[in-house]
Design a protein around this ligand. Structure first.
Ligand code: NAD
Length: 256
């Protein structure tokens, strides 16, 4: 079956596009016809994603740009650079940049709590705000903002007091953004991945995985491409009547 081509002529920005889920989202969007801005703090990995896109999806113009999503000036520079390059703001925005700094509540340092909130939660706020402001200013009345929370934001996880708080915040932020932005034609939805095989999870201790695995109904970790499938649906008109929701992409984790 031919891959769908639902994103022709669309411009997308993907933070965290240099790795894991973000990279898979960039590839999926490009495969559906979008021009993709790969945005990442790690310039080298962003350029690796760009190479993949430029090799496999030549019909559109893709770029890689450096950004630290936790800094307002950096996010502002990113959105300005996109507008200078493409003469329009991106109408699809995926906030996939994220970090972990795991520790038990009783031992967590304040800096480690703050850093995770700054990147995962404030970073999502800054990018969502900058992109939606640019869309409204340009009078573009169609947009899809996709944020990346986590199943952990709903159910909690031992050793992730900062991460689970940041991801619960991302869900609340997304619902509020949906309420405020619907009048501008901008939809906002949140993806809640479960355990996805990526650089973020590759060093999870065996002890943790042996406890989690039996709780996954599908019996395995997810693939970044399986999260990207859902992002492509949310970015496309196939979801044009969907806003303010969270979608679990977790193989049935924790429902049993
Ligand atoms: P990853 O570590 O493979 O990729 C994260 C990317 O974010 C990296 O390229 C990194 O350079 C970038 N990044 C980090 N800080 C940044 C910053 N300040 N500014 C810009 N870019 C920054 O992780 P992943 O597994 O692909 O995770 C992607 C998103 O999905 C994250 O938000 C993560 O919390 C979320 N998530 C992942 C899983 C999982 O099991 N892998 C589960 C639930 C949610």
């Amino acid at each position: 079956m031919a891959a769908p081509c639902r994103l022709i002529s669309r411009l997308a920005v993907v933070s965290g596009g240099g790795s894991g889920i973000g990279r898979a989202v960039c590839q999926r969007f490009a495969s559906e016809g979008a021009s993709v801005v790969v945005a990442d703090r790690n310039e080298e990995s962003a350029h690796k994603t760009l190479e993949l896109l430029s090799r496999n999806y030549r019909g559109q113009e893709h770029v890689a740009l450096e950004v630290d999503v936790s800094l307002k000036e950096s996010v502002g520079r990113l959105v300005n650079a996109i507008q200078s390059h493409y003469f329009q703001p991106p109408s699809i925005c995926v906030s996939a940049a994220g970090i972990t700094q795991d520790e038990f509540l009783l031992k967590m340092e304040e800096e480690d709590f703050d850093r995770v909130i700054q990147v995962n939660l404030k970073g999502t706020f800054l990018l969502t705000q900058a992109v939606s402001s640019a869309l409204v200013a340009a009078g573009i009345s169609k947009g899809s903002i996709i944020t990346v929370g986590s199943i952990v934001g709903k159910v909690g996880n031992v050793g992730q007091i900062n991460y689970s708080a940041s991801k619960a915040g991302v869900e609340g932020l997304t619902r509020t953004a949906a309420k405020e932005l619907s009048k501008y034609g901008i939809r906002c939805n949140c993806i809640l991945p479960g355990f996805i095989a990526s650089p973020m999870t590759e060093n999870l201790p065996e002890k943790v995985m042996s406890k989690v695995s039996p709780l996954i109904l599908m019996g395995r970790m997810g693939k970044p491409a399986e999260v990207a499938d859902v992002c492509a649906f949310l970015a496309s008109d196939d979801s044009q009547y969907i806003t303010g929701v969270s979608i679990e992409v977790a193989g049935g984790l924790f429902i049993g």
